[in-house]
Design a protein around this ligand. Sequence first.
Ligand SMILES: O=P(O)(O)OC[C@H]1O[C@H](O[C@H]2O[C@H](CO)[C@@H](O)[C@H](O)[C@H]2O)[C@H](O)[C@@H](O)[C@@H]1O
Length: 538
Amino acid sequence: MAATVLDPARHHAVLFDMDGVITDTASVHAAAWARLFDEYLAHLPPRAGEDHRPFSREDYTRHVDGKPRMAGVVDFLASRGITLPLGRPGDQHGQATAHGLAALKDHYFGQELDSAGVRVFDDAVALVRALRQAHVPTAVVSASRNCAQVLRRAGIGDLFDARVDGVLAEARGLAGKPDPATFLEAARLLDVDPAFAVVVEDSEAGVRAARTGGFALAIGVDRTGEPQRLRQVGADVVVDTLRAVSAAEPRGGPRPLSTVPGAGVHWDEIAPRLLPGRPVLAFDFDGTLAPIAETPAEAILPASTREVLAALSRRCPVAVLSGRDLDDVRRHVGLDRLWYAGSHGFEIAGPGGEHFAHASARTALPALDEAEARLASRLSDVAGVVLERKRFALAVHYRQVPDFAVAHVLDEVRAVTPSSITLTHGRLVAELLPAVAWDKGRALRWLLERLDPTGMARPVVLYAGDDLTDEDALRVVAATGVGIVVRSTEHGDRDTWAHYAVDDPGSLGVLLTRVASLMHTTGGDHDRGTRLHDRGRH
Ligand SMILES: O=P(O)(O)OC[C@H]1O[C@H](O[C@H]2O[C@H](CO)[C@@H](O)[C@H](O)[C@H]2O)[C@H](O)[C@@H](O)[C@@H]1O
């Protein structure tokens, strides 16, 4: 069986069904359902039009598997021509209502679980751990109201980043599989676009949900020897073990900056990775494209770099992802065809008028305003401090602050930072950012989604950056792209995800000239320009 490789650059999250995929509880459920319906069908004399044959394996997969408990009861009884009053939640398991039967099924499930225990599928757990290693978030999505309990009993209560189970689904009014609502909710909780999320399912209802939800990939897990049942309902691939699915291994990093090989001497490795692919080039600004200056206002993009960026932007999408304010970085670069991200990716603008501003981050703006006002007053007597307000961030520069006063500056910054704000550190700068799950890596993924809405173009992404916030983006390209770090000394011999290094922005400019001439001599992707597809999603 050909291996399926999940690529963190294209597969931003993986959503797993539980019963039958993660835990060997599908068989426990199947046994409980069989006991319930066999007893029920045998006990009642059939009325006209009713079919009281014993509950079969096919009944399980067609009417019950993967669905919320009540939907399973109702759908199965309907398939046998049996009508029963619905009753109400809380009906006890002796009552002749659908809710009563659902309660009895749960009772039997508990008994089966007590006697059989919970066995986990090691292949699934290994895959979840490998994804975690590759920084791909995961969720468990199960119709089961017993999901949390089952995971806990299996000793994997903390395995997933998010859980959408029968209890949450009911609380939020989410329809069960085959409706995609629970998977979509999981994608929302993980903050990923379904078009870039993968679903792993063993039930027909779950595979159907993945298809109608517009997910990137539906992986069917068939441990029963009937793979065609999942293929028929739309699984992209069906495996009999999740050992056939792997997370793309990051090439290189993280490793100490001093050990990263030079990009110049490894050009013979970089060139074939970029072409004949569909390159997307993304860069940090300060310290990467432009040399570090004493103050933010003094930073200048070298004319030769601007020229080569302009040439590259006629061949492929080019983006600048900066910690600066969006308008500020756009002004400093001064080119029209580029994508720009400001405030470390919280705000993004495209050459065709596209615009994104992180919605949840807006709520942190009053806290940033207040921190800015307090710091302006508390640091007014410290020479050399530069406060730089960006729409979604506040930078406190201390490059020009005398050494003896730096600790005081940082103490004051910590003192005014509320819990809605995250404090990060860059090159002689402290940065206050909204405390939401967003960074340059996520911004880069957002951009890749816009450039490649179908996920079919599979661009090779080159990212270059010098600072700590660039590591989130370098991690995104670690498996399948080209990551370049511009060396710096402010954080010592820190770790980086980059594959190659250059010594300074000037050397990066030289490397970009080689990329431009490579694209020119090979023909590159003429006029692909600002996007990978003509019909981009806007
Ligand atoms: O993500 P970047 O584009 O690299 O932006 C990171 C920060 O860069 C700027 O500050 C840095 O560069 C200044 C000018 O060279 C330098 O004076 C300062 O010490 C550096 O930290 C920018 O001013 C910040 O807003 C960015 O967050």
